[in-house]
Ligand binder design. Structure first.
Ligand code: BDR
Ligand code: CA
Length: 306
């Protein structure tokens, strides 16, 4: 069984990724979550995660990570609203973070298990600090599958994606670490968009579906206002690739991160090479979204009675 740690900054799309992953307990053992400053400051995103898990009665470990990037200042994202997870109204959490900090938690898990996979859905500060602090444990990380970067576009600057823009120095450490990295960039996330019709259909289908509707309805507002009929759920993509690799076309490449650019901070430069497996294309958007909906149905069934 694959042992997974999810490093995240929930974040609407982070929650969708987490829910999909949790729908596969026979294949994926989610050891716990580490949180990091990204979409909002660390205490906020940690509270958002704990509220969702607690609301759905999911008892998992949550370890707090860094509250600022390695070198630069934090810059919360508007797309997620003031709370970092605007949309659903959730009661305060019964679940509290564990005492161990993120990097220590990853270390403990790396020592305890043969191999672990890191699903990284946020700026890479915790992961870079783990690599720097415990280089002798690098070989315990089977791979880091991350959402971040782009081939030719940007969602913060013209050529910069938020997670790499947020902490370029950490992204640079990760790509230079020698640990196998799988990258889901903005372009593949766009191919994996979910139609607003699908999102609207979630409403009224149960507790899990209603929560997802509230989350995705808020998250898709930006595109709805522009008359676009679908929205990417960015962080879901690396999870879907882990669960259904046959749905994707991938290629090996070299990824380097721009650290100094005034207009290109955090830009990912993709060229020939092999420090990264790029998820290049999706074969079937309908199947992709059906798998996602099936995961929500599984969670709904597991949650009924709570
Ligand atoms: C990434 O930035 C965040 O706002 C999302 O959660 C996702 O991880 C998309 O660029
Ligand atoms: Ca995220």
């Amino acid at each position: 069984m694959r042992k997974v740690i999810v490093d995240c900054d929930p974040g609407h799309d982070d929650i969708m990724a987490i829910l999909s992953l949790l729908a596969h307990p026979d294949e994926i053992d989610v050891l716990g979550f580490t949180t990091v400053c990204g979409n909002n400051l660390m205490p906020r995103v940690t509270d958002n995660l704990c509220r969702v898990l607690s609301y759905l009665n999911i008892d998992k470990k949550v370890a707090c990570g860094y509250d600022s990037p390695l070198v630069l200042d934090p810059e919360p994202q508007d797309a997620h609203g003031e709370s970092g997870l605007d949309g659903p109204i959730l009661p305060s959490s019964k679940l509290k973070p564990i005492e161990l900090k993120a990097v220590e938690f990853i270390k403990e898990m790396a020592l305890e298990h043969d191999k672990i996979t890191i699903v990284a859905l946020a700026p890479l500060t915790n992961i870079a600090m783990f690599i720097k602090t415990f280089p002798e444990l690098k070989n315990k990380i089977e791979c880091i599958t991350l959402m971040g970067g782009s081939r030719s576009s940007g969602n913060i600057l013209k050529r910069s994606e938020f997670n790499f823009y947020g902490d370029p120095h950490s992204a640079d450490i990760v790509f230079k670490s020698g640990i196998p990295v799988i990258m889901s960039d903005i372009e593949i996330c766009a191919e994996c968009s979910t139609s607003h019709k699908i999102i609207d259909g979630l409403k009224g289908q149960g507790k899990v579906h209603d929560l997802c509707y509230d989350i995705l309805n808020f998250f898709s507002e930006y595109n709805r206002k522009r008359n676009v009929d679908s929205s990417p759920i960015f962080d879901l993509v690396p999870v879907m690739h882990m669960l259904h690799p046959e749905l994707f076309i991938t290629r090996k490449c070299q990824v380097d991160i721009e650290l100094d650019g005034k207009y290109t901070r955090g830009m990912s430069v993709v060229s020939e090479g092999d420090n990264c497996l790029l998820i290049e294309h999706l074969k079937d958007n309908t199947l992709y979204n059906n798998y996602f909906l099936e995961d929500l149905n599984i969670l709904e069934r597991n949650n009924s009675g709570n």
